[in-house]
Design a protein around this ligand. Sequence first.
Ligand SMILES: [Mg+2]
Ligand SMILES: [Zn+2]
Length: 197
Amino acid sequence: MKKCCFLDRDGVVNREVDYLSDPDKAVLEAGVGSAIRRMNEMGFYVIVVTNQSGVARGLYPESAIALVHAKIRELLAPSGARIDDFFYCPHHPDFSGPCECRKPNPGMLLAAAAKYGIDLSRSYMVGDRVSDLTAGERAHCRASILVRTGYGEKTLSKLAEPPKYVVDNLAAATDLIFQMDGPDQTRAASSGVSETA
Ligand SMILES: [Mg+2]
Ligand SMILES: [Zn+2]
């Protein structure tokens, strides 16, 4: 089974713009290309899970989402970085009723895990809101990491107690994931020796 880095989109991969729907307004956060490429190289699936309630609110058509995602892939290409898939929730409880996919619900992570055979206990969630962290926890990811980009600083300022894992940005999240996951996995793979040997 494969492991995965689940990434929130707005404020983590691309710069936060409220209700981003114009591909021309998609701008990557600093260091995101090399961060995602490192995740690729560490053997993770990289899957974006994003709440897009602008659809339920009637702010943009669902078709706009695919254009933004194509643009993000285009922006990442020069870094050799690959996003394996995008999952989005077009709903909002006030407009389209409750759903299982809108974070903090774990539906998108569970759907991705089923589609790709992902081991959630070896996977990570990175986001800039409490709802991202909660979705990661509810899906039983190994760690849910808050970045300070996007709404991250605002999220931190509202919390009485900071979350367990807080880092500056996606590049720093990648460093943390490498510490938690990378060295052991790499050794085990290259030596061919099992942990019980
Ligand atoms: Mg966000
Ligand atoms: Zn939904």
